[in-house]
Design a binder for this molecule. Structure first.
Ligand code: BJW
Ligand code: ZN
Length: 267
């Protein structure tokens, strides 16, 4: 029943033209862009926070209290995401970033699917542009002692017992997932680059985020404050919907490629 999600044609055409004509686009994605790849979102029906309390799994205090529980949950998510593939929205955005130097992709996602779509573009010989990742990477680790990062893809974590959990080769302290938990600061350089791009762009293209988590949710407001506009793709309404020039209640995988294709006429 894909027709049920078909957004009004006039809105689609308007969004396409805004994107085509924009002097600078900042794209902000959230979990919804990966939903059709099979990666669960956080909030809403079927979301991770329906069955799991964030404060028990996604805070530094939770990790200090029960690292085995936290690592078991993250390893389960790593296994799940490894079985998923980038969808048509990830691929269309990777192509857009490759085609236009005035586009910046900023993601809250830790699943690496934008990166894999970009790698596919690079493998085909085009310029591969990697996203700015606000909340880290599901597959990286960081030392709780000395802060050393593992890089994008670390070894599978043995969650048999607390004694089998990974430790730092350098200082021996426990390694943790390299993600940003509640109450933690985002990387200052990454965040500043994202906000700079938002201020410098005429359009903020927001895809698949509930826009509830700060400071990421303020990125579209920076574009708006600088005189630009917001285009939103999301099957549900969000706090941004009322501020958007075009808000398409539609899923990402079919809609994003449609918006990034050529408008039906040149007017
Ligand atoms: C589709 C679709 C389809 C479905 N197509 N779309 C009070 C006010 C303001 C701020 C705060 C506050 N109290 C505390 C804070 C700060 C806090 C915060 O924002 N809390 C709010 C929840 C209230 N923020 C922080 O703590 C941040 N740090 C910070 O602020 O530092 C400064 C500070 C320090 C100390 C004290 C206070 C401030 C850090 C936030 C880190 C967020 N981390 C997580 C986990 C990452 C690791 C992991 O994955 O395990 O990041 S939480 C989770 O939410 C994850 C996501 O990146 C993030 C955003 O979620 P997202 O992507 O929007 O997903 P959903 O599920 O919410 O929405 C999915 C959307 O998709 C829905 O709208 C669907 O409709 C849609 N959808 N199918 C398109 N097919
Ligand atoms: Zn260390």
């Amino acid at each position: 029943m894909t027709e049920r999600f078909a957004p009004p044609e006039a809105d689609v055409d308007r969004a396409r033209r805004l994107l085509r004509d924009a002097n600078g686009i900042v794209v902000l994605t959230g979990a919804g862009v990966s939903a059709e790849s099979g990666v669960p979102t956080f909030r809403g029906a079927g979301g991770l926070w329906r069955d799991h309390r964030p404060e028990k799994l996604a805070t530094p205090e939770a990790f200090a209290r029960d690292p085995l529980l936290v690592w078991s949950w993250y390893q389960w998510r790593r296994d799940l995401v490894e079985r998923c593939e980038p969808n048509a929205a990830h691929h269309a955005l990777a192509q857009l970033c490759s085609d236009r130097s005035d586009v910046r992709l900023v993601t809250q996602n830790v699943d690496g699917l934008h990166e894999r779509a970009s790698d596919a573009i690079g493998a085909a010989g085009a310029t591969a542009v990697q996203p700015l990742t606000l909340h880290g990477s599901l597959f990286g680790t960081r030392c709780t002692g000395c802060g050393t990062r593992s890089g994008a893809r670390s070894q599978r974590v043995d969650t048999t017992s607390v004694d089998t959990l990974p430790r730092c080769d350098g200082c021996g302290a426990p390694l943790r997932p390299d993600v940003v938990w509640f109450g933690e600061s985002l990387d200052a350089d990454v965040l500043e680059t994202a906000f700079e791009a938002a201020r410098a762009s005429e359009v903020c293209f927001v895809i698949g985020t509930s826009a509830l988590v700060q400071p990421a949710a303020s990125i579209p407001l920076a574009t708006l404050d600088a005189g630009g506009s917001i285009i939103e793709v999301n099957p549900g309404a969000t706090l941004l919907s009322g501020l958007a020039s075009v808000s398409l209640r539609a899923p990402a995988a079919s809609t994003v490629p449609l918006l990034l294709s050529r408008p039906s006429s040149s007017t």
